[in-house]
Design a protein around this ligand. Structure first.
Ligand code: B12
Ligand code: SF4
Length: 500
């Protein structure tokens, strides 16, 4: 079958870095293994209009991914596709997977969407494609209406999906068990992407951009449930690939794809330290440690001891992120991170001792915050002094405990899913005495106080990236430090397109 997988256009309203969508890369890989002819349409980098592409390729199945700020654009794409030709349109990703808030229903009710896949997608996707193909074999004329006819019962026992049958009824089938053996998955199909169109997620090597940077996922899920974290895709069970399996993909990325740096995208890569020790040994023994790599998303600070971090450093690890979130002990307790400030201090100290660069993720405006607790966070960031301090304003994503709390006790300041981004300089909710104005002021203060110190400025101006991308860096700086209320040009353009 001809299959297309779409990443809807929604560049962040900052000059963000882009990389191929790993979820679609996995879906593309399993589709190719099924024998399909696969195209990825990443609207962020694609020049051709979607309807023109659809006319040319005439796919048999369309899959669209959506996180929360992307979902409305995904619906618009679906409607556009249906206007070109009758094809089943499936949506998946973090947003429609939030069944707790009926967000699967919300998507399946949209005109262009036939089926929602909830959670991890590979097995559901293949099963859907198998069923569509089997149905098509028996038909002279394909119609989605017939495919979704409840009398045919095609979807009755397909796990992990929510769908609307052609009589208008919505069905939520039981969840699909997670993929037990991650080694059984093929590697992400990067060859389907226009790699030259991307930058990279988190440059570890100064000024290396483009297709020379690749992401890898060595484990899925996270056993923790922090109150602000959107965990709709992966259940609480943490699963990992074997070190041998990861090593084989790593070798492929370095030796065949020419990777000059690698970003590990796991939510919590160091849940089992033994596994990482083994992987590190293998990278060293196989001479793959000359390619720098980083933990992009944060590892657990309570599991980052000296032995592990020094071994990882020898294995090529250049930089690691930690989700610090807050510098106030009470707020830290309240977000169920299951960690304390001293453990975080110790992890940063260890990294510095072994010569690793660090990234700290901090949140401004968690429930219960005051001006003082937010200042504690800024002070703690300065004390830890990571290479990169990333402050974001608390954005309550549906399905999280904070979302529930804000609905109960706070005032949500956004109604539109497209506003669910956290780098737009605007507070998304208020609670008690914590006003939007206060949070926005403390957010800007955090960046000013952290970055307008001599050491970060010197570190920054010494990099090639700073000078090579000077205009972009200046734009980011002015947007971060200076208050700004109006929507960005890109947002306006997308909205205008939607109305046209
Ligand atoms: C890397 C990453 C990024 C990167 C790159 C994203 C990319 N191009 O892939 C960057 C830094 C750009 C980024 C930005 C943002 N991100 Co982000 N990101 C991640 C992260 C850490 C890993 C993504 C990943 O590769 N996962 C692994 C792959 C295999 O999973 P997946 O993509 O979800 O796909 C699987 C399923 O979802 C499903 N599926 C997905 N799509 C489809 C489609 C079909 C048809 C089917 C059948 C199935 C299916 O099947 C896939 C395979 O199993 C996740 C956390 C996480 N654990 O996923 C957060 C996460 C996705 N991001 C999140 C958020 C909030 C954002 C931002 C909105 C933050 C912001 N700055 O405001 C932006 C939005 C940017 C945008 N343009 O859309 C949230 C999303 C929550 C939500 N409700 O939407 C997550 C879940 C983090 C979290 N725990 O809170 N992100
Ligand atoms: S913030 Fe990190 S530790 Fe907490 S639930 Fe999310 S991925 Fe897990």
């Amino acid at each position: 079958m001809r299959v297309v997988l779409i990443n809807p256009r929604f560049r962040l309203p900052i000059d963000t870095r882009t990389s191929p969508h790993l979820g679609l890369a996995y879906l593309g890989a399993v589709s190719e293994r099924r024998g399909d002819e696969v195209r990825i349409f990443d609207a962020d980098v694609e020049e051709q209009p979607l309807d023109e592409f659809m006319q040319e390729f005439r796919p048999h199945v369309v899959g669209i991914t959506a996180n929360t700020p992307q979902v409305k654009q995904a619906w618009r794409h679906a409607a556009k596709i249906k206007a070109v030709h009758d094809v089943p349109v499936i949506i998946g990703g973090p947003h429609p997977s939030v069944a707790a808030e009926d967000l699967d229903f919300e998507s399946v009710r949209q005109a262009g969407i036939d089926i929602v896949v909830r959670g991890e997608g590979e097995e559901s996707w293949i099963e859907i494609c198998d069923r569509v193909e089997a149905f098509m074999r028996d038909q002279d004329d394909f119609s989605t209406k017939a495919l979704m006819d409840p009398a045919k019962g095609i979807w009755d026992d397909c796990l992990g999906i929510t769908y609307q049958s052609s009589d208008g009824e919505i069905h939520r089938n039981p969840d699909r068990p997670v993929i037990a053996d991650l080694d059984s998955l093929p590697w992400p199909a990067y060859h389907l992407f226009k790699m030259e169109g991307y930058t990279n997620l988190q440059p570890a090597t100064d000024a290396v951009d483009g297709s020379k940077s690749f992401s890898i996922l060595t484990s899925r899920g996270c056993p923790y449930r922090c109150t602000f974290c959107s965990q709709s895709i992966m259940p609480i069970k943490w699963r990992s690939r074997t070190p041998e399996n990861v090593l084989a993909e790593w070798r492929h990325l370095v030796e065949e794809m020419g990777a000059q740096e690698i970003g590990v995208l796991d939510d919590s890569a160091n849940i089992r330290k033994k596994r990482l020790h083994e992987l590190a040994d293998m990278l060293i023994h196989n001479n793959l440690n000359h390619v720098p790599w980083i933990f992009v998303n944060g590892i657990r600070a309570n599991l980052a001891d000296y032995d592990l971090m020094s071994k990882l450093k020898r294995a090529g690890l250049r930089r690691t992120a930690f989700g610090v979130e807050t510098g106030n002990p009470e707020i830290l307790k309240s977000i169920d991170k299951n960690i304390d400030l001293d453990t975080i201090r110790a992890a940063f100290k260890t990294c510095k001792e072994v010569g690793l660069e660090t990234i700290g993720f901090f949140i401004i405006g968690l429930p219960g915050e005051t001006r003082e607790t937010m200042q504690d966070t800024i002070d703690f960031a300065i004390e830890l002094d990571p290479l990169i301090a990333n402050f974001s304003m608390m954005t309550p994503y549906p399905g999280t405990a904070v979302y529930e709390q804000v609905k109960r006790q706070g005032r949500m300041l956004i109604q539109d899913w497209e506003d669910y981004v956290f780098f737009e300089q605007q507070a998304r909710y208020e609670m008690g005495d914590m006003t939007a104005e206060m949070v926005e002021e403390m957010y800007r203060k955090a960046y000013r106080q952290y970055y307008l110190r001599p050491s970060p400025i010197i570190r920054r101006v010494k990099t090639k990236d700073f000078w090579a991308n000077l205009p972009r860096n200046m734009r980011i700086a002015s947007r971060t430090f200076v208050p700004k209320k109006e929507k960005t040009d890109l947002r306006k353009k997308i909205e205008a397109e939607a109305l046209s």
